[in-house]
Design a protein around this ligand. Structure first.
Ligand SMILES: [Fe+2]
Ligand SMILES: [Fe+2]
Length: 272
């Protein structure tokens, strides 16, 4: 069992966020904005899926899971709330969240099905977020040109994603989740997640008027495909998910706990 602490991040999102808040870089800003747009609907779905999975456990097993499920739900609920505030700020620049209604319509299709489907989808998405989180924590310098409150937002979220990455996966296994379905959902989630993320990034750039700038494409290439780029570095760890003996804990690093230890001034513990 993973002990999950719920933390309240002490940042002020009442103040406006600059149009190119991420290092004055149009692509980086559009990419992070796109991800943030997916969080409120996505994280609510993860919460619902984990809750439904928990309810489907035999009562004798529920006690064992109670604290971890509460921690998971608390962390994701805090993320979705704070990203909702952040999204309201970036939408003041004329951006429109097209991802959320698309995701909502798709998720409706699995409403009422076996709770293991929701958990497999959640586990696949959590693998993605854990990979991105590890990459972010390994490259915090990427956010050095951002306001400290925004750097804190992204690294705190990354640290907690790395921390709770096992919950949906373990619950899926505890409910006897089928291996073929686990992999099938990962393939689907990969296509859907990457195409949605790129579509929303392009839409953000178009509305920002920076889509056809050379500097935008150069920055995009460097972030995603450069020598140390996000997609290039994450491909191997992403593929590990297809191994029969895969477990998220195998990709554990110390970075998440280290960040949380070194930045205790940035948050309070909820319920402590
Ligand atoms: Fe999250
Ligand atoms: Fe998560």
């Amino acid at each position: 069992m993973t002990e999950l602490v719920v933390r309240r991040l002490l940042i002020d999102l009442d103040q406006p966020v600059a149009r190119h808040w991420c290092n004055n870089d149009a692509f980086l800003t559009a990419w992070f904005n796109a991800l943030s747009m997916s969080f409120p609907v996505g994280e609510q779905f993860f919460i619902d899926s984990v809750r439904q999975g928990y309810k489907a456990l035999p009562p004798a097993q529920q006690e064992r899971w109670k604290a971890e499920v509460q921690g998971f739900v608390g962390q994701e609920a805090t993320h979705r709330r704070i990203h909702g505030l952040f999204n309201a700020r970036i939408e003041q620049h004329g951006l429109v969240n097209d991802w959320e209604p698309r995701a909502r319509a798709r998720l409706e299709l699995i409403t009422g099905t076996d709770p293991r489907h929701g958990l497999a989808i959640t586990a696949a998405n959590e693998h993605f977020t854990a990979l991105f989180a590890e990459w972010m924590l390994a490259h915090p310098g990427l956010l050095d040109g951002c306001e400290p409150r925004l750097k804190a937002l992204w690294l705190w979220h990354s640290a907690e994603e790395a921390e709770h990455k096992c919950t949906a996966f373990d619950l899926y296994r505890a409910l006897g989740g089928d291996e073929r379905w686990r992999l099938r959902w990962m393939r689907r989630v990969t296509v859907i997640f990457l195409s949605d993320a790129l579509r929303q990034t392009v839409a953000n750039l178009r509305r920002d008027g920076t889509l056809w700038r050379w500097s935008t494409w150069r920055s995009g290439w460097r972030l995603l495909m450069g020598r140390d780029g996000l997609l290039r570095k994450s491909f191997g760890p992403w593929r590990d998910y297809f191994r029969a003996d895969f477990h998220p804990e195998q990709q554990h690093s110390e970075r998440s706990q280290q960040w949380l230890r070194e930045h205790q001034n940035l948050y309070t513990r909820v319920g402590a």
